[in-house]
Design a protein around this ligand. Structure first.
Ligand code: CUA
Length: 193
């Protein structure tokens, strides 16, 4: 048995074998590559959201969502308002246990700033069937600059476990195409509202 007060056995004091040195050099070089990837991926990776972030009181954010909803409401689906904001508008969506509010009706090819926040706990914004995911965090207003490039009737699935009703937290986001008004009437395949 080896303890700190006895000398270790073997030939550890001899220079390392050439092969071992080669492996250390390779491992170190690879560490440097991965290290360089962190800033490179941040600058060139293209996966960073074009967002603006602010802190916000959840109740204040909720009030802003309500104001936005009252201003641009065009209909209702099972009690949830459908809101059609004008082009270029700031658009507000809130996640809460366990729903997304309101239903957004956006236009294809038009840019918006989509604000996301939560009233209570962390939720996950997942636009189905597209692979778009964002954390929705209470206390933070996350403004994403978006331009929908595909019309459709999408579902907003909660992708962060948020309690007993997590699996029922399903919202709706509609993208209409002014050039082809019937294109968005078919719900996305595989889900029912
Ligand atoms: Cu909200 Cu899971």
């Amino acid at each position: 048995m080896h303890t700190a007060i006895t000398k270790p056995q073997g030939i550890w004091w001899l220079p390392a074998h050439k092969g071992e040195r080669v492996w250390i050099i390779i491992a170190f070089a690879w560490c440097m590559v991965l290290f360089a990837m962190m800033p490179l991926w941040h600058l060139k990776g293209g996966q960073n959201p074009s967002g603006i972030r602010h802190t916000v009181e959840p109740a204040a954010y909720m009030a802003r969502v309500q104001e936005f909803t009252n201003q641009y409401k065009v209909g209702e689906d099972q009690g949830v308002p459908i809101v059609a904001p004008p082009p270029g508008a700031d658009v507000y969506l809130i996640g809460m246990m366990w729903q997304w509010y309101p239903i957004l009706k956006l236009e294809r090819g038009v840019s918006y700033t989509l604000h996301l926040s939560s009233l209570d706990v962390n939720h996950g914004f997942n636009l189905y069937p597209l692979n778009i995911n964002f954390q929705v965090v209470p206390g933070y207003d996350y403004g994403l600059r978006i331009t929908p490039n595909q019309s459709g009737d999408y579902r907003v699935v909660c992708n962060e476990f948020c309690g007993i009703g997590h699996h029922t937290m399903l919202g709706r986001l509609i993208v209409t195409d002014p050039a082809n008004p019937t294109a968005s009437t078919t719900p996305a395949t595989g889900v029912t509202p």
